[in-house]
Design a protein around this ligand. Sequence first.
Ligand SMILES: *[C@@H]1O[C@H](CO)[C@@H](O)[C@H](O)[C@H]1NC(C)=O
Ligand SMILES: *[C@@H]1O[C@H](CO)[C@@H](O)[C@H](O)[C@H]1NC(C)=O
Ligand SMILES: *[C@@H]1O[C@H](CO)[C@@H](O)[C@H](O)[C@H]1NC(C)=O
Ligand SMILES: *[C@@H]1O[C@H](CO)[C@@H](O)[C@H](O)[C@H]1NC(C)=O
Ligand SMILES: CC(=O)N[C@H]1CO[C@H](CO)[C@@H](O)[C@@H]1O
Length: 459
Amino acid sequence: MNLYVLTLSVLFTLSQQVPSSEKCTCELSHSQKVFPHDKLQTAEGNATDCNSRITPQKTLELESLLLGLERRLDQLHTDMSILEAEDDGQLYGVLSLYIIENEMTEIKLLLDKLNRTTLGHQDLTANTLLQLEDLKKDMDELQTFDSMQVVKGRQDNKHLKADLKDCRTAINSTVAPTHPTQGTCPHGHLLNITGPRVYTAGEYPGSYPFGAWGRDPEPEAGKESWYWLVMLTSSNIYAHYVRLYSSLSALIIGVSTPGNVQIHSSNPTTNTIQGPNVVLYGGALYYNCYNKDAVCRFNLTSKTVTTSQLPAGTRYNSKGNFCRLDECYSYTDLDLATDESGVWVIYTTTQDYGNLVLSKVEEGQQPTLGQTWHTSVFKQSVTNTFMACGILYATRYVSKSTEEIFYSFDTSTGKENFNLGILINKMSSNIQSLNYSPVDQMLYTYCDSKMVSYKVLFG
Ligand SMILES: *[C@@H]1O[C@H](CO)[C@@H](O)[C@H](O)[C@H]1NC(C)=O
Ligand SMILES: *[C@@H]1O[C@H](CO)[C@@H](O)[C@H](O)[C@H]1NC(C)=O
Ligand SMILES: *[C@@H]1O[C@H](CO)[C@@H](O)[C@H](O)[C@H]1NC(C)=O
Ligand SMILES: *[C@@H]1O[C@H](CO)[C@@H](O)[C@H](O)[C@H]1NC(C)=O
Ligand SMILES: CC(=O)N[C@H]1CO[C@H](CO)[C@@H](O)[C@@H]1O
């Protein structure tokens, strides 16, 4: 610490004297008082302490609830408008009133949960506030004491570093090669991921470490605001029902209407779900069929299952998994995905030497495999994939708190990019499922039994 101060003051003196001669002389001038480094260190320690108390999880929990409430109120407003339009001057329809009443109940539950969460954080916040005030006083004192401008120097450094980073990022984003515009994509190209936006334990906190959730991009009429959840309830491998929620807030507070839609009463058996990377599209669930190298489609309305066989050589039954470092995510052989153009399946085969293969799933009476693309990225070096605007994206594990979208494959040009460097800010280590929703341009992830979503930025 002393050395640091010495260097600073030497630099300070130097900069004043350099122009005068060829020789550099340094004059060490001592200020009257010695800078109280111990005090600065204590203040720094206290600030770190404070930071760790206000964890991102706590803030997010509140934000998710508020977001849920916001969406819910919008919906209520829409429903009220419909109700008012229906009003013939007499009485509102009984059915409409019943719907509104249900919504009010849900909103009340949401407010209660918000209240509980807020109260829970109040002590913490009050404490932290006091500490912050104390810290501020300390820092003000230090700043007046700071004859050698150490604190100010550090602040300037911080600003400089931030500016430098902004500058670099700006340079990179202008220099980065852009893909040709996609005919099917209205938003441009994926630039960045922000969030999490939603972070919630949902109805069964911590019970099922594997699963998936999201929104149907092609919902049936009246189900536009619905959310779905599939948890692997048997051995962390199998599932046999889709759980539905009438809104985001309903999912957050854990009130499921209309409840479960069952594929089969027992689990596992023929046609039950195997592995976490499932998607709901057009009122049907697409998933890896139990014990088969095939895509299953379960129609939630007719409750029937139709299948589409994958090519011979397709790895299944946990033989072609996504991996992080030396650990693999079991039964992730098939990854179903949605984007603007429909449903896709990502997998690997023996003849592709374990590299990712991508096929379009064509809808229709029976799902069939459409065009197929072969990539040169090894599936075991990838933690998950998703599709957006006809481009396949793959992620890899960086650290407990960071996942990186490192790879893309453009189906319109066949071009691969191994150097994307887009980071995802994780709330815990493992992402068990990851899918893009073209309705709201969000990424939906299931992350160590939490439901987490992110906003995708295009440009
Ligand atoms: C929040 O909860 C507290 C304690 O349970 C209660 O006294 C208070 O009335 C509640 N506030 C609201 C707005 O519901
Ligand atoms: C900019 O790109 C270069 C080369 O790809 C990379 O080394 C550097 O880390 C990037 N900087 C930022 C801020 O992304
Ligand atoms: C991407 O988003 C993150 C988180 O919001 C932000 O820190 C970063 O600067 C963004 N990067 C670019 C290139 O915009
Ligand atoms: C599901 O079944 C219903 C009723 O038989 C039918 O109208 C609908 O088109 C089916 N959906 C899909 C995706 O096959
Ligand atoms: C304001 C505050 O919390 N100050 C604390 C900073 O940390 C030291 C010890 O590390 C405590 O003694 C202070 O009370």
